[in-house]
Design a binder for this molecule. Sequence first.
Ligand code: ATP
Ligand code: MG
Length: 249
Amino acid sequence: MSAPAADWAIDVHELTKRFGGRVVVDRVSLRVARGRICGFLGPNGSGKTTTIRLLCGLLTPDAGRGTCLGLDITARAPEIKRQVGYMTQRFGLYEDLSIRQNLDFIARLFELPGRRAAVDHALRRLGLVERQQQLAGTLSGGWKQRLALAACLLHQPRLLLLDEPTAGVDPKARRDFWDQLHQLAEDGMTVLVSTHYMDEAQRCHELVYIAYGRVLAQGHAERIVAEAGARDLEDAFVRLVGRAQDNFA
Ligand SMILES: Nc1ncnc2c1ncn2[C@@H]1O[C@H](COP(=O)(O)OP(=O)(O)OP(=O)(O)O)[C@@H](O)[C@H]1O
Ligand SMILES: [Mg+2]
């Protein structure tokens, strides 16, 4: 799988990050082609959120290099931030503002030109038009995630970094959310999405599995299962972590 440099939305090599002398991201290399949905999986504390924050320029790597949307992740972090939609693991919405007011407020923070049109577009894209006056605090978990995704899309990013966007959301709402992601990818969006759910992993074009800060497997789900000699994806991950524990825990 090789593509011209311009076709990689994410192309990073041997990224390393230490906190207080402890290595939490350990020579992580990742490549995601434009328009693909890449699932990012791994146990709690394995380094997913830290890696995502390195990719969007919120953290600076101690070693390694690479590009996001063709821009150097260390030298051009401000430009990357403008073109990336980042949904944090514990995002916040203003509960006593409506859906529209939440989006309008975020559009003001971004100082988006054509604010009203941008909010209208995001509402339409996520199927939120009819609920736009509803207070965010009264939304179900699934609709809250949808609003958070709409907020990430307001500034028309080209890459989405979604950190466990569906944690705690019921299966039907998760499925709807994933239909939405596939629609976005069909329109050319690239998505890196962390998750602990195996059904979501199955819906990704490709996967990256990380533990102890290291990439243990990368590629299509079927290939990961076959290479691990496992019966399914969950079994593959259990085996990979088991081997990693023996090697470097
Ligand atoms: N700012 C920080 N200072 C010190 N240690 C940190 C900091 N941020 C994260 N860590 C540590 O780095 C390791 C990786 O954390 P990270 O949040 O990246 O994991 P994760 O894979 O996102 O986990 P989860 O699935 O629980 O969200 C953890 O041991 C965490 O405690
Ligand atoms: Mg995390």
